[in-house]
Design a protein around this ligand. Structure first.
Ligand SMILES: [Zn+2]
Length: 269
């Protein structure tokens, strides 16, 4: 059972990416979920892509998939035309980036807000994703909407997006920590696991998004891994962790323990 790791687990931005990637590989991860720059308004283009390709080649790592960008004011679902255009430009770039590096999915977060405001933003997001469809078809990289919290936000946004697009365009990314905060894992399993394209696996105590190692919180791993198996989820299982103060400053030890937890708790249930 291969595992991947979301790249932005380190809380110290001074540690070079090349060194971190080598450490991920040494710990036994052979793929990554690219999440660096997820909140930076950076369009990679050809030059950025070439730099990242060199980094991955040097570390002997492959790209599984990519986190979409929620950067500054860039929001594809914004009412503001400039913000909307910036959000679309970022996601066209991430789709091309992912395709060029051999990945298959770009993960999107739901719009913010609640009630009528959220409904309107969700409709704008549907319209924005429609504009991304030609790039999705051209690259063969699909979009996946990620669950967040509260549960009402998931029910509205995930239901709308999964019904608005065919499975060859839009699927679902399960975030186990977000589901534990929202308390809606059962609904997500029932409603969205047949559209599962990616996973963000991490733990928390239910009080907030803590990105703990599996087993350090209250996520029901047996239930979750059984549901992944029942859904026929065969893709790499991705950890989305934070090397927070409770884990100390030894990155190699942290990654080694992450692999131990992955094999113990998030393999085939
Ligand atoms: Zn996530």
């Amino acid at each position: 059972m291969p595992y991947s790791i979301t790249t932005d687990y380190h809380v110290d931005p001074a540690v070079p990416w090349a060194l971190q990637l080598r450490r991920m590989r040494a710990a036994g991860f052979d793929r990554i979920h690219w999440c660096w720059d997820w909140n930076a308004n950076v369009v990679y283009g050809e030059a950025g892509l070439a730099r990242v390709r060199d980094l991955l080649t040097e570390a002997d790592l492959a790209l599984a998939d990519t986190h979409g960008a929620i950067a500054g004011e860039a929001r594809e679902y914004s009412v503001d035309p400039a913000q909307r255009a910036a959000g679309l430009a970022l996601h066209r770039d991430r789709l091309a980036f992912t395709a060029a590096l051999g990945g298959d999915v770009v993960v999107l977060h739901p719009p913010e807000g609640r009630g009528e405001e959220l409904e309107a933003a969700t409709e704008r997001m549907v319209a924005a994703c429609l504009e991304l469809v030609p790039t999705v078809r051209q690259t063969g990289v699909r979009l996946a909407i990620e669950n967040i919290w509260p549960s009402e936000r998931n029910r509205l946004v995930i239901a709308r997006l999964l019904s608005a697009f065919e499975p060859d365009i839009m699927g679902f990314c399960l975030d186990s920590g977000h589901a534990n905060v929202a308390g809606d894992l059962d609904w997500l399993i029932d409603y969205a696991f047949d559209r599962l394209l990616a996973v963000h696996l991490h733990d928390n105590d239910g009080s907030g998004d803590q990105h703990l190692l599996p087993g350090d919180g209250t996520v029901p791993w047996d239930k979750l891994t059984s549901a992944l198996r029942d859904a026929g989820y065969a893709k790499v299982r991705n950890l989305e962790l934070s090397m927070s103060a409770r884990y100390g400053g030894d990155e190699e030890a942290f990654l080694g323990e992450a692999m131990v937890r992955a094999e113990r708790l998030v393999g085939c249930g």
